[in-house]
Design a binder for this molecule. Structure first.
Ligand code: SF4
Length: 477
């Protein structure tokens, strides 16, 4: 299975493999359809959805434009509450910070919940190399951990698995005989995970939002497992991206509507858990030692960049995946990166720099559905175009494509040239046209005509027809 970041194949090659997997395509389409429909129903009944989106965008834009201030305020408040704050410039520094805590505590078992960022820094592999057992406790993450796979959706990591496959994974792990009934499967996972919660030395979670004014961290879940991870082990580590900040609790109110409605079509999230500092003397539960690792890992490069800063507004709801015609055909693993779908196609090359994900911005039809779905109105389709421009400016364009574009530009810049080219194309297209369409696979355009019809040039151009039309004639004359 694709371990995304290590993959040496191209997105096109991975997409071709995914396209052969009928089950994957059906499963992804079925689930994303359901999520999309639920979202439509819930946002329509909520009312003023566009106004909420605008408010969400304004909050995120203000926060990111003033991120240095709010991060400082957040870190100060965390420390005032008794938490330890670690700023990590890159994945290696974040891993070192986690390893240090794990060694200090002599930890042997860790439970985890809700953290894409920990996928980004590959913390499980590093800890397992140190002989530490890490158990994912979100049901979907638990399933794909047993399958040794990477998540294939931001909020539904096991979107590509069916009940039989899940039953087989559980049986292989436990030597139990299980049915494929959802109730039995979840009961089994619940039993296993309860044992893990009770015996873990450390809990690791991500963080949906960090609240600057209070130094609190907020987690949205539907399973309640993040509460167990946060409250049962004596030590808790939060690993979060530096952009996950909100200025105030009233801003959280807006996000508490935007996120669950966009992600799963739920009116409200089942559990919204908030942690503010380690356990105090009168608290009944909570970690006695709290560490917060705030990760940059390429994010600060987007600050001040007019074309890409808004990518930091993302609240990781996954709504853009559910509407993307590309994601819906190929699923998440084909992106070969931790973050799949339209947000992944934009974010992965930006975060990682270099050439590793340079083909991802091309994995898009630029239809703009992701922008329409995004609760904080991130113009992902524009960013994909900007990324393509940068790839070309940095010399990564394909020579043939560049030549074609140059010719195209010159032709359009000179009306005489354009008219001549169209006349020539009209005379030569004859043998290729069937029922008004060109279906032949011609050179580099073959990829297009393999799956779509290419309309043939009309017998007469609009310019030729125009004088007649002006005189009230028929366009067909
Ligand atoms: S880009 Fe927008 S729609 Fe996509 S995950 Fe981020 S917030 Fe959600």
């Amino acid at each position: 299975m694709t371990n995304a970041s290590e993959s040496s194949t191209t997105v096109l090659q991975r997409a071709e493999v995914a396209m052969q997997d009928e089950f994957l395509r059906k499963a992804v389409r079925f689930t994303t359809d359901r999520l999309r429909n639920k979202k439509q129903t819930v946002t329509a009944s909520f009312g003023n959805w566009e106004a909420w989106r605008e408010r969400g965008e304004a909050i995120r834009a203000h926060t990111i434009a003033n991120l240095d201030f709010y991060l400082g305020q957040f870190a100060d408040n965390l420390e005032k509450q008794g938490a330890h704050v670690h700023f990590a410039h890159d994945a290696a520094e974040a891993v070192t910070a986690v390893r240090q805590v794990v060694r200090e505590k002599g930890a042997k078992q860790i439970v985890k919940s809700k953290s894409m960022v920990s996928e980004e820094i590959h913390i499980n592999q590093h800890l397992e190399e140190d002989g530490v057992r890490v158990i994912e406790t979100d049901l979907g993450e638990y399933i794909i951990q047993l399958a040794h796979e990477a998540p294939s959706h931001i909020i539904i990591p096991a979107i590509h698995k069916n009940r039989e496959q899940i039953r087989d994974l559980f049986e292989a792990d436990s030597a139990n005989n299980l049915s494929t009934e959802t109730r039995d499967l979840t009961a089994f996972a619940r039993r296993r995970l309860r044992e893990a919660f009770l015996s873990a030395d450390i809990g690791i979670t991500g963080c949906n939002f960090g609240i600057a004014e209070t130094g609190s961290m907020v987690l949205f879940t539907n399973e309640g497992n993040a509460d167990m991870v946060m409250n049962i082990p004596k030590t808790h580590i939060v690993v979060m991206g530096m952009e996950r900040i909100l200025p105030t609790l009233s801003d959280l109110e807006v996000m508490a509507h935007l996120l669950p409605k966009s992600a799963t079509g739920q009116n409200v999230i089942t559990y919204m858990s908030m942690i503010t500092g380690p356990k105090r003397s009168l608290d009944h539960d909570g970690p006695t030692d709290l560490h917060v690792i705030i990760l940059d890992n390429g994010r600060s490069r987007q600050l001040g960049d007019a074309q890409f800063q808004a990518v930091l507004h993302c609240i990781r709801c996954g709504a853009c995946l559910n509407v993307c015609p590309v994601y819906r055909q190929i699923g998440g693993h084909a992106y070969g990166a931790v973050y799949p779908g339209p947000i992944g196609a934009v974010l992965s090359p930006l975060l990682n720099g270099g050439e590793q994900y340079s083909d991802l911005p091309y994995a898009s039809s630029l239809c703009g559905a992701c922008y329409e779905a995004c609760p904080v109105r991130i113009p992902l389709h524009d960013m994909l175009v900007h990324e393509r421009q940068r790839q070309v400016q940095n010399g990564h364009g394909k020579p043939l494509e560049q030549l074609a574009m140059k010719g195209y530009r010159q032709m359009f810049a000179k009306p005489g040239c354009y008219r001549l080219a169209v006349r020539m194309a009209r005379s030569f297209q004859g043998p290729l046209v069937r029922n008004g369409k060109i279906r032949a696979r011609i050179g580099p355009l073959g990829g297009w005509t393999a799956t779509r019809d290419f309309p043939a040039l009309a017998k007469r151009s609009f310019r030729d027809l125009w004088p007649n039309l002006q005189n009230g004639g028929d366009s067909d004359e």
